[in-house]
Design a protein around this ligand. Structure first.
Ligand SMILES: [Zn+2]
Length: 306
């Protein structure tokens, strides 16, 4: 599922020294990039390795090019930190513009950020995704149902970025649910966790809003994939993200359209470049044309291996 153009891009990044950090040195000792067979001999990068390495082991970015060092939520155990360089920020904005446009968000919107994790990478990305299209934001850093309702009462928020479970937290209490439905919110942009179609329907009914599924990960940024108006799969840019879909047992590529483990490789001079990053996400890819006209293929989440 990695094409020749993507392979060449990875090879160029290698030649430019983008993988010259402790994290990749050993993995790439005998690396070749002529074809997929060569590439598939490069050892996977694993979550445990990320956990056990230091933030500076995973980057070749000199201090002057660091945009920021951001943490993932770390709900269990130690927080993980990631270097984002200046180019990462630009590409995040470019991707955010694509997916915010697909969801109909523009400078006339006021984004509500319901990020329960303070200044973690997700909260930052949610803020940047609105500023990328010129929309303003208001933060609700402790998004309990009561605080969400208060924020909606005070500000004319039109679009909310949050996790599915936070958006769903207003459903339980009829008064909170009513306030959400009566609010000015017209779109929910959800990421950070699986969104089932049942929950999407519940949320759309309660909030009287369109619900869009976005995909991001702290190791890259968010959103790196997102839904169009069809809400049938998440488009992703193949110029920035190469995805191998592998059989979890044989570790060989599955046939296009079949479900397997997503293994991610990033295709720009990223602060923490991902090279064959084994995600535990089970996904499938559809590269047939989408009625929306976007040339980007779509990915579908099917679960997790854990
Ligand atoms: Zn589409």
């Amino acid at each position: 599922m990695i094409n020749q153009e993507q392979l060449q891009r990875i090879h160029s990044l290698y030649q430019e020294g983008r993988f010259q950090c402790n994290f990749y040195r050993k993995k790439l000792a005998d690396a070749r990039f002529k074809n997929y067979e060569d590439f598939s001999r490069i050892p996977f990068s694993r979550k445990e390795e990320v956990r056990e390495s230091s933030v500076y082991d995973r980057t070749a970015t000199p201090t002057e090019n660091i945009f920021g060092i951001y943490s993932s939520s770390g709900t269990t155990g130690e927080k993980k930190y990631y270097v984002y360089n200046r180019h990462d920020k630009k590409i995040q904005e470019e991707c955010a513009r694509i997916f915010m446009n697909m969801a109909g968000i523009d400078e006339k919107d006021l984004g509500g950020i319901l990020s329960p994790i303070g200044t973690g990478v997700m909260g930052h990305c949610m803020t940047w995704q609105f500023s990328a299209v010129g929309a303003g934001v208001v933060h609700c850093p402790e998004p309990s149902p009561e605080n969400i309702v208060k924020t909606l009462d005070k500000f004319p928020v039109t679009a909310i970025a949050t996790l599915p479970q936070v958006a769903a937290s207003v459903i339980e209490n009829p008064e909170h649910a009513k306030a959400a439905g009566n609010s000015t919110v017209k779109s929910l942009l959800l990421g950070g966790d699986h969104l089932s179609e049942t929950v999407r329907k519940q949320l759309e009914n309660t909030w009287e809003a369109d619900v869009y599924n976005l995909f991001g990960m702290s190791e890259i940024f968010g959103p790196i994939a997102g839904e169009c108006a069809m809400k049938n799969g998440l488009h992703f840019p193949t110029r920035y993200l190469a995805i191998e879909i592998l059989d979890p047992k044989t570790r060989k590529s599955v046939t296009l359209g079949e479900t397997g483990v997503a293994v991610y490789t990033t295709l720009w001079d990223k602060g923490f470049p991902l090279l064959r990053y084994w995600s535990d996400d089970l996904i499938s890819i559809d590269d047939t044309p989408c009625p929306c006209g976007s040339p980007m293929p779509r990915l579908f989440f099917r679960g997790r291996t854990e």
